[in-house]
Ligand binder design. Sequence first.
Ligand code: SAH
Length: 413
Amino acid sequence: MPDEKLAEGDAAGVEGVPTATVVVKPGRARPFFGRHPWVLDSAVLSVDGSPADGDVVDLVTHDRNFIARGLWNSSSRLRVRLYAFDAATRLDAGLWRKRIESAVALRRSLGLDDREGAARIVNSEGDDLSGLIVDRYGDYLAVQVTALAMAGRLDTICDSLESTLRPRGILLRGAERGLSKLEGLHLADRLVRGTAPSGPVFVREHGLRFGVDLTEGQKTGYYLDQRENRQAAARHARGRRVLDMFCYSGGFAVACAVSGGARSVLAVDSSAKAAALAKANAELNGAAAVSVETADAFEKLDALAAAGERFDMVVLDPPKFARSRASLDDALRAYHRINRVAVGLLEPGGILVTCSCSGSVSRDDFLEMLSGVAQRSGRPIQLLEIRGAAPDHPVSASCLEGEYLKCVIARVA
Ligand code: SAH
């Protein structure tokens, strides 16, 4: 492979070959035999050798039996990320290329290779590439790196992305602030390959068109994980007056109005930038039934209730309320509060589309919260669909922490 480059982390040794051995504490090896890719500092007994951050290391039991091979990061609580579970596999450019090709093949088989469409191409652990997220918006790729070791291999990764997908440009989007701090990673947003789009990139989603701001937008520019849920919601929207709360660029609002035939849609977001994107996307799709407001959701929900407003469908897609297990109770209270007000706004027989993207709130926690809302409001809630993220966001069965999105579609009596 002529374009293969040495990854920074491998510069000292043979590429992809371990420079040190990490010994797991007795009784702590089981998850790694089960292919769980995260080795926490608390599971490490000792280290033979002195690996540099990003170096390849072998993980062994306390009696020195090989378990897995991964990449070292001394500044993260997630001390080793594992990428191979056999001693024959080198963590070299060839492996990253193979993993990226396999990820691209999956999206192709899902029918998500429309050049004018958008899809998540690499979903971190779900594609055996812990710490790497790649989204494709038409001809452009947005790369998000959440692991130091992946940052050191960015060149190799971009080579593979260029040769498999031939994008016009690859943009690096900074990881979420909290995560960067956890990994000791400080990456600025920048263009890494090719050219940057001169304005929004327009992508197709189920026959609708959305402008995506790749350089300034939230996440990598758009919420791809909700693609199928927007269509699922739209299937319930015919003739209804819809409230789309936390609308961002108007995905649910436009889908309900245009694909679903809603009578009217009020879309609300606290960010003026998001509201402007939603307005532009509504116009782009000729969705005259959509009106957009900039307002805080908690205040707006209360104001609508106080004014005696009623809707036939309410969509709630708030940002992550729980950053960790520690804030779980606060998060569940916040979910309860907005869902309770939303239920109060619904006409009898109305549809509630309620989402949570907090990984630390389990599906059961979320459903229990809804049961609490039914109890406190005295309004029976019938669960019609319990959904997750779109299939281009695969979750590894060995790392269920990758499952975060819940989208419940329910009928409220
Ligand atoms: N439903 C959207 C994604 C929503 S993301 C889609 O399908 O694309 C969550 C949105 O909530 C963000 O746009 C963020 O700006 C907005 N938000 C965060 N806090 C808010 C608040 N207190 N009130 C209203 N909107 C809020």
